[in-house]
Design a binder for this molecule. Sequence first.
Ligand code: ZN
Ligand code: ZN
Length: 358
Amino acid sequence: MRKYTSFDLIEWGRPFERRTNELRAPEGSEVLVRVTAAGLCHSDLHIQKGFMDLGQEGRLTFAERGASLPMTFGHEIAGIVEAVGADVARVQCGQQVLVFPWIGCGTCEACYEDRESDCSAMRIIGLKQKGGFATHCMVENEKFLVDIDGLDAADVVPHSCSGLTVYNALEKMGALRKGEWMMIMGCGGLGMNAISIARAMGIENIIAVDIDNDKLDVAYKMGAAKIMNSQRKDAVEKLQKMANGRLMGVLDTFGSGATARIAVRAMSKAGRYLLVGQAGGDFRMPQVWLPQKAMTVRGSHVGNLPQLRKLIQMVRAGKIKQIPIDRRPLSAINQAVEDLEKGRVTGRIVFHPDQNLS
Ligand SMILES: [Zn+2]
Ligand SMILES: [Zn+2]
């Protein structure tokens, strides 16, 4: 039998390890993808540690979420279709595809309505099913593949998680009126894509916020109208001024107690706070503010297949400015994890399997 290579987590909290596996042929509706690009997401750092920070509630472990080791993680996956099962009708060998990893249970109301991101029993590729930190990835059905022929796989691959996540949140946020402002908190992979996609959706009054001035410079180049380092003591007052008292939307791609604290204080009455980042901690604010400020606080988790198809159409139409991509060989995954952890990455790290790997 043929073999393929993956970089797997064997034990929570330990580095990824190279492993050789048997490569089986796809059956039925399955599609075998030869991976050419796999993005490294901040969630992969939480996954490697094995838990998320629930503040005073302690930790939520990925074992509790149904993930078991050893496992191949990596949920931003693009590649070339190498083989298809007998029931596959649309996708063809040699086609370049982007994998939609947010597969739902398939039998609940959310799944029937194409809202798989609201499914409570998701079977995510790169968490519960084997993912993209490998030379090959088996996808259970061709419907979870989006055609990206003619596009650069490494450029496009972050849209399956970071792009899609912020697109879903921006759709929930809704349009701004003339003169209203939106703040995007955190200028990592999610935040950069948020600026780019918000601009593509016609939103121009964007204030980008981070604690890293170099990232803020890139955020400005990506299309933010204003930037602010949130470490300044008067951050709340400064934001209110920058938005002329009309900060009506916040998209928080970092998601910590510190970002929430600034967001709920800086927002104007009837503002919407959309949270997608999962740095963790506790979300605290005076409860009367919810009615007094007529505030909306809403979370959004990943995104849905129709949204990913729309997003790729927007990319093809040239509407979305490309975020910086830091291309690295897959064998350097542990160094990449360390660089992302320490905030040394601008934009998104995308792996390609090393040439000598099969
Ligand atoms: Zn992700
Ligand atoms: Zn479901």
